[in-house]
Design a protein around this ligand. Structure first.
Ligand SMILES: *Cc1c(COP(=O)(O)O)cnc(C)c1O
Length: 406
């Protein structure tokens, strides 16, 4: 079996054919020629598209490399939330019970409300300490997020999956933060690996995408049928851009993981930084478990930490020069935000979620340390903030903060 980088550059590509491109361009089609009886994979655009099919093969090869071909199937969605919803809504019926993390992605509580309105019972427990184990009795679906966003806790996927399977529950893992190069949930016993492809998987911050991968064809068939019924289909252009981005996945995740570890190490001894978390940091409470179940030293690009208060955090973000203040994570350009501004996560006011890009590590660490120094001096920060504002005016823009999520 080939290595991750070798697999990533060829994943999902057709056999080389004379005079054909390596990765065929996006197929824009609402319908396909269909003379006579209904036959073949491509009939109507809501059901199948060759650009999705190539991307789905690529993702399946990364989530579950087989020899030959992938040992799983993937189904692509227009966003991570579309993929997550597809698993819940295709698998659960009224009267079923789902177990969610209490510290997972910020839209899980909104999803929980919808599930409960449909007569599905929902229990939650924290990711850390495998606390979801205690909530499994009678459950139909266990939803795991490891490492969790934004708190970066890790749980033992294999242990939870075995316990859930003994009770007859299905297991799904949100693999967004790790990417399939950093963690293979299906190999750890999960039935579904689900992710937002918006983040590190595609890495350029220019598209939204999601996917569901599973080994059992009955599970992927149910998810595929759900996609057709809900009509939650990815655009061919986004699917093609995503596939194109997979070729650099290994380069990006390795670089970002190394940068994140270097940043975490640089922050470790700062008196103004508390609550520092990064699963790659040897002193992190999640490190030993992360090292067991994650792959290749790829502990993700996110570092989280807490500054003394909201104003301090805002001064820090304004003083950064090489880091965009923006949400999301996993992009080639570093971003950071004060997570509490959304109101959806149980985090302190000064909590920063920092996503390390592919900049030169020394430049990035120097910028962060300088911004921390500025932020520690409430008055000394004004000059740098003004300079940043001037740069935004002359076109080398820092993006404005958008309106809050619903
Ligand atoms: C961003 C994110 C999602 C949602 O993905 P979208 O592509 O924004 O819909 C789900 N889970 C995690 C862990 C995420 O970070």
């Amino acid at each position: 079996m080939t290595g991750d980088g070798t697999r990533a550059v060829r994943a999902g590509l057709p056999e080389p054919r004379a005079n054909e491109p390596a990765l065929p361009g996006p197929a824009f089609a609402a319908h396909y020629h269909l003379p006579g009886e209904v036959s073949g994979p491509y009939t109507y655009g809501r059901e199948a598209n060759p650009t999705w099919a190539a991307l789905e093969t690529a993702i399946a090869e990364l989530e579950a490399p087989g020899d030959p071909g992938p040992a799983a199937e993937a189904v692509a969605f227009p966003s991570g939330m579309a993929a997550i919803s597809a698993v819940f809504l295709s698998q659960l019926r009224p009267g079923d019970t789902a177990v969610l993390p209490s510290d997972g992605y910020q839209l899980l509580p909104a999803l929980r409300e919808r599930l409960e309105a449909f007569g599905i019972a929902v229990r939650t427990a924290p990711t850390a300490g495998d606390a979801q184990l205690a909530a499994l009795e009678g459950a139909r679906l266990l939803w795991i997020e490891s490492p969790s966003n934004p708190g970066l806790d890790v749980c033992d996927i294999r242990r939870l999956a075995e316990a859930a399977h003994r009770r007859g529950a299905l297991v799904a893992v949100d693999n967004t933060l790790a990417t399939p190069l950093g963690q293979r949930p299906l190999d750890l016993g999960a039935d579904f690996s689900v992710a937002s492809g918006t983040k590190a998987l595609t890495g350029h911050g220019d598209l939204l995408l999601g996917y569901v991968a599973a080994r059992d064809p009955r599970l992927t068939a149910a998810v595929r049928t759900w996609r057709k019924v809900a009509g939650a289909i990815p655009g061919p252009m986004e699917a093609w851009l995503a596939h194109r981005s997979l070729a650099t996945l290994q380069l990006r995740v390795d670089r970002q993981a190394a940068g994140a570890l270097a940043l975490a190490e640089a922050l470790r001894d700062r008196p103004d930084v508390t609550g520092l978390r990064h699963p790659g940091l040897p002193s992190d409470p999640a490190h030993d478990l992360a090292r067991q179940q994650m792959r290749g030293g790829r502990f993700g690009c996110v570092v989280s930490f807490v500054l003394p208060d909201r104003a301090h955090a805002e001064r820090f973000l304004a003083a950064l020069r090489l880091v965009d203040e923006a949400t999301s994570f996993g992009g080639v350009r570093s971003t950071a935000e004060r997570r509490g501004r959304w109101g959806g996560d149980a985090v302190p006011e000064g909590f920063i979620r920092f996503s390390v890009g592919v900049e030169d590590t020394e430049d990035l660490v120097a910028d962060v340390l300088a911004a921390l120094d500025e932020a520690a001096r409430p008055d000394g920060n004004a000059a740098r903030a003004e300079e940043n504002a001037a740069r935004a005016d002359d076109g080398s823009a820092r993006p404005d903060e958008g309106p809050a999520h619903p």
